[in-house]
Design a protein around this ligand. Structure first.
Ligand code: GLN
Length: 196
């Protein structure tokens, strides 16, 4: 698929983790992705994906390079999508253990919450997105423990919300970039477009 004319550039935070797969998924969804490694690159970006990986490693980098505050103010006003570790970074409160976060989503989240035996799994479950059930790849996934009243739940794994949206922010506790289905990236591209 070629880039949709008029669609601006969407950044993928490329500190650590599987940012390359997100860039590919965004291209498939019709956007023009680029990798964001420095705070000044945020200005070129109409929206941002915070990928999966290791949230503590990302946090350390952000703090060391004076990037945390810039990212927090960007995420407060621009379309953002956090997956797995990225969802942890966007949450209001992080547990197991507690750590700093960007507090964009009114969510309490617990890291590495699914235990050793089942810490990685591929699950198919219903979603509010059109087009039927969704494949979800979980890798040492966090669990969303509670959500505030403004959070829309787009999919659940058993009872737990796993795909959510609140205003200009989206989060998935799984890895949509690792499935062939591009509905979630398309939904984010649509969100970016709707916030222009
Ligand atoms: N376990 C990671 C964390 O706590 C998240 C795992 C992932 O992004 N796949 O940051």
């Amino acid at each position: 698929m070629t880039a949709t004319p008029g669609l601006g550039r969407i950044g993928v935070l490329a500190i650590q983790g599987d940012y390359a797969a997100h860039a590919e998924a965004l291209s498939d969804a019709g956007a023009s992705p680029f990798l964001v490694r420095k705070p000044e690159q945020l200005q070129e970006s109409e929206g941002l994906i915070l990928p999966g990986g290791e949230s503590t490693t990302m946090l350390r980098f952000l703090e060391k390079h004076n990037f945390f505050e810039a990212l927090r103010s960007y995420c407060g006003t621009h379309p953002v999508f956090g997956t797995c570790a990225g969802a942890i970074l966007l949450s209001r409160e992080v547990r197991n253990p507690a750590q700093q976060s960007l507090a964009v989503l009114d969510v309490v989240i617990e890291r590495n919450a699914y235990g050793r035996q089942i810490d990685s799994a591929i699950v198919t479950a219903d979603t509010e997105l059109a087009g039927g059930p969704l494949e979800m790849v979980f890798i040492r996934a966090p669990r969303i423990l509670s959500v505030g009243p403004d959070v829309e739940i787009l999919a659940r794994r058993d009872q737990d919300p796993v795909l959510i949206r609140q205003g200009h922010a989206m989060a998935a506790t799984f890895h949509p970039e690792l499935s062939l289905d591009r509905r979630i990236h398309r939904a984010f591209v649509e969100l970016v477009r709707s916030k222009r």
